[in-house]
Structure formats: structure tokens, C-alpha cells
Design a protein around this ligand. Sequence first.
Ligand code: 9MR
Length: 375
Amino acid sequence: MKKNIIHILLAAGLAAVSACTALHPDSKTLKTALKNDFYMGTAMNLPQIYGKDKKSVDIIKKQFNSIVAENCMKSMYLQPREGAFHFEDADRFVDFGEQNNMFIIGHTLIWHSQAPRWFFTDNVGKDVSPEVLKQRMKNHITTVMSRYKGRIKGWDVVNEAILEDGTYRKSKFYEILGEEFIPLAFQYAHEADPSAELYYNDYNEWYPAKKETVIQLIKKLKSKGLRIDAVGMQAHLGMDGPLIKEYETAIVDYAAAGVKVNITELDISPLPNPGKMTANISDTIAYREEINPYTHGLPKNIETEWENRYLDFFRLFLKHHDKIERVTVWGVADTDSWKNNFPVHGRTDYPLLFDRNYQEKPLVKKIIRLAEEQK
Ligand code: 9MR
């Protein structure tokens, strides 16, 4: 009898413990806590794609359900010479995503930066004609997208084509083809894989003039019967701006124009901001010690401010989860972030969710708790 009672008590105790762990927010990961809100993604670099950086790979499998290649699918890597495609890295990336049941993103088809020079020039170094550039764009888009047809679920078709003042960037694509290069890219992309989601991706899209031009672009694509599923808001952010309200207005306005919003390249730098926040990789600023103040770690008060800024943004994303398909952070651990070298080369930055020892920052559990609270 006594034995039976002990058994019953033990069983009840075990049941209580497992019920607690099932419900307790601390046992959740980002992707499980946010699964009813949006995909939670990260960008992957080559050591991760090839499984060499095991610590990051473990984090990626555990915490994220969407991936994008940080670099290896840019045109200068995929097609460094005309017709010479290199798919090895991208193939591995896509395999990794499929093996881990992830929503795989292609980044990026048409971007003025990291594009090989041959794309725009003839054999004597002169700009090619509009017809030749169209042919090259079509061939690049069709070859790349066809290879991953049905496997890569969404593509950043055009990246960073509009400036903060609302004018078009004077890139080679623009100089040779004018604004039409964007509808053409979306047309070629849809023809290559009609099932793929297609995105326009850019930074600082909360600037009102830039937002207006992006909205005009969305309307133009739609009026031509072309597919555009979402605007990708890169979200390379700092402590000073934008205001949450400004960001919210942009999310709401893009949704009202008939597209989803992807937060595509999220990182928030707690470092002093020595100039305008941009993600344009030619906007660099010279190193000075006073703008690299936290080489031995982030002071507690700065970390708290930084956490609060991240939490403000996640609160906003959760509030508008019906408009947001995916939130992707631009990398896993601080050590590997591009922000250590941009806009100033050689700083020690802390913009991501995992620290230099690949440990989860306290912020991760706070995001998870926030998601739970909103349920
Ligand atoms: O994080 C990327 C960095 O490693 C590369 O050197 C750089 C140039 O290709 O691109 C970075 O990623 C950019 C992304 O592809 C587009 N938006 C801005 C990102 C930061 O520059």
C-alpha cells in the first residue's frame, strides 16, 4: 500500500515537472515561440554552410526556421565570368535548408554592388546596350532560379535600387535601362519560377521619400500584372533612429500597398553612430578610438539600453505579425557580424543575439517571453 502511494506521488511529481517544462517560456526557442507570428531567420556564412562552425550551426538548427546566404549567392560569386556559374556553395546552402526543414531565401539576383564588371561592359570596356544588359539579366536570373526551382521559396529580386531622397540610384542597371530594369527583373524572375515569392529589398525604407518611391514601384509592378509578394526592410539599425513610430508607419503603409513586409537583415549596433546609418557598403568612415569604446565588453547600462531597443522592435513586429512574414537577423554571433567593419573598419560591435563565445544573450529569452506574453 505504502509502495503504491509512493508510486502515485512520484508519477504525479513527474507529470507536474514535465507540464512545467512544456509550458515554461525558458524551454522555448525563438522559432518555436514565434511560430504563429512569423518565420525567424538568420543569414549564413560559408563556415556555417560547410558545417565547420559547429557552434553556430547548432544555434541555427535550434533557433531558426528560415535561412538566407549572407554572401555566396551574389552575382559576383555565382557568375564571376559570363556563363561560368559556380553553384557549389549555394547548393550546400540549399541542401542545409532542406535537411533542416527551413524556409529558404535567395539573396540577391539584381544588385548594383557585388556584381561582376563584365555584366555591364563589352569586350572593349564600354557600357553594353540595353538589349545586351536585358539578355544578361534574364540569363542570370533564369539560370540561378531554375536551379533551385521549388526549393528556394522566396527571392530578393532587386536590392537597394532607391535612395533615401526617393530618387533612383544611378547604378549601371539604371544608367543603361532606366527604371524599367526593375519590372524586367521581376518579370524574368516570375517566368523562371512561378511558385517563388518575389521581393524588393532595401535599407532605410522608413525614410518618407524613399517609402513613397518604393510604394510607387509596388503599384507599378502590380499594374503591369507582375508578382511582388513583399518588401524586405533590411533593418540595419542603431540606437538613435529611426523612432519606432516611424518604422511602424512604414510597415503599415507597405501593407496598405498590398504586400507583406519581411524584416530581412536585422542587427542593432549599440556603438556610437559616427554618421548617417546606412547599409551602403561604400559609405565608410575612418577609424578613431573614441568611436570604438567597448573593446572589452559592453557596459551593463549600454546593454540594457540596447536590449530595450531590440525589445521595442520585437514588440512592434509582434503587434503587426499579420503583415510580417519573416524576421531575419543578419548573422548568428557578434564575432562574425559585418558590423565589426562597417561603417568603420576594425571596431568591436555587439549587434546580434549571440555573443563572441556563441552563448545566447539574455535578450533571447526576453524576446521569447515577450512573444509568450502577447498570446
Ligand atoms: O554582410 C555582408 C558582408 O559580409 C559583405 O561583405 C557585404 C558585401 O557583399 O554584404 C553584406 O551584406 C549586405 C547585404 O547583402 C545587402 N544589404 C546590406 C548588407 C550589409 O552590407
